[in-house]
Design a protein around this ligand. Structure first.
Ligand code: GLN
Length: 447
């Protein structure tokens, strides 16, 4: 109760939550009390306050995706990750704010208002999981779930000075995650330190027959072995990244971090990812193609918003979608429809799919010789509210370092590596597929 009272007070300023599920949280706490009284064994997340991004389905609790389209949508079933959190005795305090349908890098496109960065409330918390990152930073919750299609966990983690992990595609079940771009989406974890992020990861991983892309493999304990030595680890720094146009102050912090890894006994060398310059364009073609297809289900009939005025069926579709989707959602539907159309399919979409494979081969080659790749998480410091919202391309550029990880399905974490004039800089530690433990270990050693 005390925790929720505090959360509610902080919310007056931050708006990190769309829904606070007080009653459900207190019920969950009562169940734990009962277990303690009976002397039953408690789960690994017992009593820990957790936030869940509002594109992850919660049974009987509103799940809006930050959109007017789903303003009143109460799901009749549970996502696999939430089911697992409940089984581990975690306490979900509510649903966190996000860019509409997870399209964005600033949490400014939410129908439910902007979330502010707790470090400087004039600035954005990043996005699209900005609510989760802000809630963790402001201690409204201890840990949170986010989703990451092109950087939506790592970039807000960077902007709010917290830790955020995008696991390997297939490690965590996507059952109950409202799809943005199915071949890129992944649920991941945010926390104030690496151990907290690993603790939540432990609770949500594992094969799920309800997600055909979830991988059936032995479960690894991400806490055990976390503190092992990183001496001799081989780290590559892509030269293409350091030559890129970015905030010099960010670059300086990254170069300082590289020195710290060298002092720990890691071997750091310059590497090359020759096709990385095409990653951002490739991402926005592939993701919008998948988005335009996914958004078709919001037709005003099966669920979600339905327009009041219409005469024909076509008008029902058109009016419902026109009234309930925001600008950015519409832009992406049009962009995706364009690149999938008969004349452009071969020229744009299929070409992007081929480039995606070439980028993946670049990474595969590096991981034959290196354990880890380092980069900044974001090319800039947290920007001001309103600064980029009118300029979609400037917003898309926020994702330049994060999208290659989703295109290739590998894993990466963002950790705070320094501050510039009070604003945090995030370092991205990238590992090959299913090398989360390696990534977490290096991140832990840095802390
Ligand atoms: N900012 C990126 C986009 O707008 C990433 C979104 C995400 O990861 N959900 O597409």
């Amino acid at each position: 109760e005390a925790h929720i009272d505090r959360l509610q007070k902080m919310e007056e300023d931050l708006n990190a939550f769309i829904t606070i599920s007080k009653e459900e949280a207190l019920n969950a706490a009562d169940i734990i009390d009962e277990k303690i009284k009976k002397g039953e064994k408690l789960g690994p997340l017992a009593g820990i306050p957790i936030g869940v991004k509002d594109n992850i389905i919660t049974k009987d609790i509103k799940t809006t995706c930050g959109s007017k389209m789903l303003e009143n949508f109460i799901p009749p079933y549970e996502s696999t990750v939430v089911e697992k959190i409940k089984k581990a005795d975690g306490i979900i305090l509510g649903k966190t704010n996000m860019d509409e349908f997870a399209m964005g890098s600033s949490t400014e496109t939410s129908y439910f208002g902007i979330t502010k960065n707790p470090i400087d409330t004039q600035r954005v918390p990043g996005g699209s999981s900005g609510g989760s990152a802000a809630a963790v930073r402001a201690k409204e919750v201890a840990i949170a779930l986010g989703s990451d299609t092109g950087g939506s966990i790592r970039q807000p983690a960077s902007f709010c000075g917290v830790v955020g992990l995008k696991p390997t595609y297939g490690l965590v079940s996507r059952y109950g995650l409202v799809s943005l771009a199915n071949s890129l989406d992944q649920i991941g974890t945010l926390g104030r330190n690496v151990t907290d992020v690993a603790l939540l990861l432990n609770a949500i991983v594992g094969y799920d027959e309800k997600d055909s892309t979830s991988v059936n493999m032995d479960i690894i304990d991400y806490i055990e072995g976390l503190s092992e030595d990183v001496k001799g680890m081989r780290i590559g720094v892509p030269k293409e990244y350091l030559n890129l146009n970015m905030d010099e102050r960010v670059k300086e912090q990254i170069l300082n971090s590289i020195e710290i890894f060298k002092n720990m006994g890691a071997v750091v060398e310059e590497i090359s990812l020759p096709h990385i310059e095409y990653a951002l364009a490739t991402y926005y073609i592939i993701s919008t193609a998948e988005i335009s297809s996914n958004m078709a289900r919001f037709d005003g009939i099966r669920y979600g918003y339905r327009a009041k005025d219409y005469e024909t069926l076509d008008e029902l579709y058109i009016n419902s979608r026109s009234e309930a989707f925001g600008e950015e959602v519409k832009r992406r539907i049009m962009f995706g429809t364009y690149s999938l159309s008969k004349d452009n399919n071969e020229k744009i979409y299929k070409k992007a799919a081929k480039v995606r494979t070439i980028i993946k081969e670049d990474f595969d080659k590096i991981f034959e010789d290196y354990d880890i790749i380092l980069s900044p998480t974001s090319p800039s410091l947290p920007f001001r509210i309103g600064e980029r919202i009118e300029e979609p391309l400037a917003m898309y550029k926020s994702d330049i370092f994060t999208v290659p990880i989703n295109l290739t399905g590998i894993c990466a974490i963002s950790i705070p590596c320094g501050y510039v004039e009070g604003l945090p800089v995030g370092l991205q530690i990238i590992g090959d597929k299913f090398e989360e433990l390696k990534v977490l270990r290096l991140a832990r050693a840095f802390e």
